[in-house]
Design a binder for this molecule. Structure first.
Ligand SMILES: [Mn+2]
Length: 265
C-alpha cells in the first residue's frame, strides 16, 4: 500500500491520470490525498469529479476554495464564476452526487504515521495541529448540516482577515475557511492578506510557512493553492504541490511514504 498526494487538479484530467499511471496507483490498495481545487479553470472538471466520485474509497480530498465555491453555487442556486468551465458539471445528472460527496470531505487531515498535515492552503502558524483540526472539524459539521446554506452565504468577502476565533459562529466558519483555503501571505499581526498572490520574492509580506514556529517543527505540511511558488518553499518540511498545471506548468504528485515527487510532462 502506498500513499500519494496531488496538488490542484483544476480540471486538468489528462496529466492527473498520466501521473497516476506512472506510479501505478492502485485504488484497491493505495490511498490518494488530493489537496483541493479539483475543478474550475481547466478543460475537464467533470472528468476530475467523476474519477474522484468513482474512486472515493481510495481518496481523501481536503477541500479548496474552488470546491467550496462549487458547493455554494449549487446549494444557493448561484451562477459560478464565468471564468470557471463548470457548465458540463452543472448539467451532469450526477451533479448533486458530486456536491453531496464533496460535503463529506474534510478541510484538513493529519496523518499520524507520516507526521503529515494536509490542507489546501496550509495551517495558520498560530494554530497548533490540534486546534487546527478542531476548527476544521467544526466548519466541516457546518457545511454538512441542514443549515449549510447560511454558512455558504456568509463565506465570501475579504472583510475578515482574522485568524482568531470570534464569538460568532458564522464568522468562525469564514475564518476557518479563509485559513484553510485562501491563505498565502500574513500581515505582521498574523491576519491574512488576501491581495498578494505572487511569489514571496516579490513581496515584503511573510508567507505563512516561513513563520519561525515551523523551524523546529518535526511535522510535514502538504498544501496546494499557491501556483506562484511553483513547488518551492525553501523550507524542508513545507511541501507545496501546486505547480500551476492549469496555467501551463506541471502537475505534481508526491509519494508520502518516500517523499519522491513526480511531475507531469
Ligand atoms: Mn485554491
Amino acid at each position: 500500500m502506498a500513499n500519494y498526494a496531488v496538488g490542484d487538479l483544476q480540471g486538468c484530467f489528462t496529466p492527473f491520470i498520466k501521473l497516476l499511471s506512472e506510479v501505478g496507483f492502485n485504488p484497491s490498495k493505495d490511498h490518494l490525498y488530493l489537496v483541493g481545487d479539483l475543478i474550475a479553470r481547466g478543460p475537464d472538471s467533470l472528468a476530475c469529479l467523476d474519477f474522484v466520485y468513482q474512486n472515493q474509497d481510495a481518496l481523501t480530498v481536503t477541500l479548496g476554495n474552488h470546491d467550496l465555491h462549487f458547493i455554494a453555487c449549487y446549494l444557493l442556486g448561484k451562477q459560478p464564476n464565468p471564468k470557471d468551465n463548470l457548465a458540463p458539471v452543472f448539467s451532469s445528472k450526477f451533479c448533486e452526487n458530486y456536491v453531496s460527496y464533496l460535503r463529506t470531505q474534510p478541510l484538513a487531515v493529519y496523518l499520524k504515521d507520516h507526521s503529515t498535515f494536509l490542507s489546501h492552503a496550509g495551517i495558520h502558524p498560530h494554530w497548533s495541529i490540534e486546534q487546527a483540526l478542531n476548527y476544521a472539524h467544526i466548519a466541516e459539521q457546518n457545511y454538512r448540516s441542514d443549515e449549510a446554506n447560511i454558512f455558504f452565504e456568509n463565506m465570501y468577502g475579504s472583510k475578515d482577515p482574522a485568524y482568531t476565533p470570534s464569538k460568532d459562529f458564522l464568522t468562525n466558519f469564514k475564518i476557518t475557511v479563509n485559513v484553510f483555503t485562501r491563505m498565502r501571505f500574513l500581515e505582521q499581526s498574523g491576519n491574512l492578506n488576501f491581495f498578494e498572490k505572487g511569489s514571496p520574492q516579490q513581496s515584503t509580506l511573510m508567507p505563512w510557512f516561513r513563520h519561525e514556529r515551523f523551524e523546529s517543527d518535526k511535522n510535514r505540511y502538504v498544501f496546494g493553492h499557491w501556483a506562484a511558488l511553483d513547488g518551492v518553499t525553501h523550507v524542508e518540511n513545507m511541501l507545496a504541490l501546486d505547480t500551476g498545471c492549469v496555467w501551463g506548468g506541471n502537475m505534481t504528485l508526491m509519494n508520502l511514504d518516500t517523499g519522491e515527487r513526480y511531475l507531469s510532462k
